[in-house]
Ligand binder design. Sequence first.
Ligand code: SF4
Length: 148
Amino acid sequence: MTYLSKSPWVIHYDGSSCNGCDIEVLACLTPVYDVERFGIINTGDPKQADVFLITGSVNEQNKAVIKQIYEQMPDPKVVIAIGICANSGGIFRDCYNVMGGVDTVIPVDVYVPGCAARPEAIIDGVVKGLSILEEKRKASEVAKEASA
Ligand code: SF4
């Protein structure tokens, strides 16, 4: 596992899910799965968050909210789309107001499959996301040193 230079703070947003994937995200915080053992902290404040977890599909009503949360998060950051609805629109794909998956509005770093996504798959996706976050941190430090 990648060495982390600081505890990652995670923000979770439910796009337009059936709540199945949200329940599995919450399960990751329980003592059974205990993601806090990786130093992960759940926050409601985008300005403190490094990792953006999204469940559910993107629609005309929530696309502005997703963009706003993403833009409020400081760089570097990673986005994890959880469940097939967040990956591609899933079972809601053909609804009149659904645009598709999260990558129709913001860049996605990790796609976690499943309907619902299982806690083990969510934790695996978060660990992958943390490796990507560390790579982005290192790249931004190198860029800062090069421009100094
Ligand atoms: S992927 Fe399945 S469980 Fe998750 S929000 Fe969509 S329909 Fe619900």
